[in-house]
Design a protein around this ligand. Sequence first.
Ligand code: M6R
Length: 580
Amino acid sequence: MCGIFGVSGSSVASGATVLKGLKALEYRGYDSWGVAVRTARNDVFICKDVGKISQVHCDFPDGVEAFGHSRWATHGGVTKANAHPHVVGGVTLIHNGICENYRELKEKYPTTYASETDTEVMASLLAAHFATGKTPEECMMQMAKEVEGRYAVLAFFEGRPGICAARKGSPLIIGRGEHETYIASDIPAFLPYTKNVNYLDDNEMVRVVGAEVEFLNLQSGKAIDKRTIAVPWEAEDATKGDHPHFMIKEIREQKSTIASAINQSNDKLKAAAKMMKEAKGVYAIACGTANKAAMAGEYFFANIAGRKVNVVPASEMSSFLQFVREGTLLLAVSQSGETADVMEVLEIGKNKGAKILAMTNVESSSMARMADVHLPLQTGPEKAVASTKAATAQMAILFLLAYADAGRVNEGRELLSATAGAINDMLNPRFEERIEAISKKLAKHENMFIIGRNTLYPMALEASIKIQEVSYVHAQGFAAGELKHGPIALITEGAPVLVLGDDPETLSNAMEVKSRGAWVIGVSCIHSEVFDEWIRVPDCDEAQCISTVIPVQILSYHMAVERGLDPDQPRNLAKSVTVK
Ligand code: M6R
């Protein structure tokens, strides 16, 4: 939610460098953008606007330091005035997060507010303290005392060289160049320049001036030693390459990502399985697509290990928090590892003595770092807003863990290796063409339905998320057996129904809708006469949901393209939802 990028060092601190960095972070928010460049004479030049970064035309001066922000609006509409940076007094600020007590701070720090944002209130607070003679570091410490909520902020303080940054709850990573330093919400923003990084933790701040970097505790102001780590990513991993969009690139990458995901260390798997066994109740906490992967996990654990896992959307946990206590296991499933609703449950659970097992795609993420055990998804960066390769990696790891829990991890690995191989074979141009042809017809409809049973029920729900978010077609997923209890009333002549699976009960349900005029598209291993169209998927046994969801991802991608939409950046969405 909102992308932040900054650079200090006269040779590279240009508006163009910031725009390039922001472009790499645009998946985090793309309502509006803004850049601030500070020159050697200490003048700050600001350019900001609504819309996407590709539409930018600014004449930036040469700078010694610069930063920028791409926004996903929370407080205040999508307007130029609300775009960051915000300037109050001697302070120029960009912010990712939420200042929850902004109303009371607005009264405490009055100024001529030019925007409706909580960020401008934070700038006003910093400016007020800076005007009293406090150093930039002292101002940041004061902000930390007074602001309630989550933030990653970057600031210029007039007349003081360098960029000051602080973190509480929203990610910030430092990239160490030879003569310059980068600060960003995510590594891909500076990957073309350096792979050497420091992770800023919550309640820490950093002051960078060129290549000089000083880390401080945000509460005490004491210096902190940080280890510099080389990340194993290549710059190309975070680019589209020859693919027209990130979404299709990431779908195709599933040729190899399932195999990478299951390449988990045996020790970690054992530790995770032990946590499952010893837990006084397991709650799987996730949002959106990750929640649907967790639901598939609920079936895996029940079917394979005879274990009950409670899957609750993180935003619905409040009634169930009473059952989280010392010894409860919270299983966090997330691509980004930063989703605010999940983080909140983990923080509450941790304070109550619960253990945390996290599965995320970002090794440095907040969830990974607060977990007792972290199982990395190992799929490489996922940049399209729609989660695809991360979701199948999550399911593969949950499947493996269910087998580990049942004491049959090698059997689980073998089944998944076979699944990875079958998916590799399935993902070929002819397969995509066949799905593209069906998507052209589907894209003309405004409503469609998806049904599935057992592990394919969560996939029906996942299919509806995928289709809705990128193609804007109203798609609804149901448990196949539930149709006849109400939703079947929606079926009219020609209504598209995607049927996941070929078990006899689901085929009967398909027949029920077909008899009422539905256009039935089957996604299954075996053909049935009930299907008007058929997408064949390989037989992956208990891991069937992993191979079945992939054609649905391809279908939603092509429906979006057919409808003239940008599948990478759907309206109103952002990749990582770091607000509640
Ligand atoms: O980063 P996370 O996996 O925690 O994100 C959770 C959801 O916001 C995410 O899966 C969302 O539903 C996707 N846009 C779906 O494709």
